[in-house]
Write a protein that binds this ligand. Structure first.
Ligand code: BZU
Ligand code: ZN
Length: 260
């Protein structure tokens, strides 16, 4: 069927059939090898100023669990780092595996994390989100790695508590009074490079800002995430797991680090 996904008949190896950008020269995710990274002293710290009142709903779209924010004005914005101007927070979502030893999209020095959280922002100088998708500086995504550990970060609980209300595809629940910056790790260190959406349409419009320090989740919290289903309410159960794209060719791109 033409609808893309992560199964053998509609997965990443076939996306290019309907989305030619998938075979572009600046695709994401990528593997990051510290030996190839260039420290850039000119990279300033990034700053998020998010309005908790901008959070609206949480939904299961059959491909991920997504929290949507009001991005009709500069209400929740990301600035600094490799960015010029204020980028508006539009949504956050996750990618995860079928077991704790894999699930992230970016891979760091050969290490795969259990999950990867993406906070998607767009550049209002391009008028609207659809316009921003067509620009190389249109979108900025902050990526946070999730690692299974003994001292889970409490703040992720708020998202996982909602999972029971959005078990199947198309289910949506109110999700308000939430400031996603509570999910950030202590360190602001990051890698940055230019790439694409890791799903169709695979547009190459993203400035990636990947945080070096993972946040910790518990094995139970990962199991909770894996209890989501790809299928709709009255369809056969199809677990929503392994919604990650494998690493793509770097093709000479430079990955810069804000740290030594
Ligand atoms: C499931 C589709 N995921 C897409 C949907 N959007 C893209 C544009 O859509 C146009 C209709 S998006 O901006 O929400 C977005 S960000 C990422 S990622 N993993 O690269 O952070 C993927 C996607
Ligand atoms: Zn993503």
């Amino acid at each position: 069927q033409s609808v893309w996904g992560y199964d053998s008949d509609n997965g990443p190896e076939r996306w290019h059939e309907n989305y030619p950008m998938a075979k572009g020269d600046k695709q994401s995710p990528i593997e990051i090898n510290s030996k190839d990274v260039r420290h850039d002293a000119s990279l300033t710290p990034w700053h998020a100023s998010y309005d908790p009142g901008a959070a609206k709903t949480i939904l299961n779209n059959g491909r991920t669990c997504r929290v949507v924010f009001d991005d009709t004005f500069d209400r929740s914005v990301l600035r600094g780092g490799p960015l010029t101007g204020a980028y508006r927070l539009r949504q956050l979502h996750l990618h995860w595996g079928s077991s704790d030893d894999h699930g992230s999209e970016h891979i760091i020095d050969g290490e795969k994390y259990a999950a990867e959280l993406h906070m998607v922002h767009w550049n209002p100088k391009h008028g609207n989100f659809a316009g921003a998708l067509k620009q190389p500086d249109g979108v900025a995504v902050v990526g946070i790695f999730l690692k299974v550990g003994k001292t889970p970060k409490a703040e992720i609980k708020r998202i996982l508590e909602e999972i029971d209300n959005i078990k199947t595809k198309g289910k949506e629940a109110p999700f308000q009074h939430f400031d996603p910056s509570i999910l950030f790790p202590k360190s602001r260190d990051y890698w940055t490079y230019h790439g694409s959406f890791t799903t169709p349409p695979c547009e190459e419009c993203i400035t990636w800002i990947l945080l070096r320090e993972p946040i910790e989740v518990s094995a139970d919290q990962m199991a909770k995430l894996r209890s989501l289903s790809k299928n709709g309410e009255n369809e056969p159960v199809n677990p929503l797991v392994d919604n990650w794209r494998p690493p793509q060719p770097v093709k000479g791109r430079i990955v810069r680090a804000s740290f030594k």
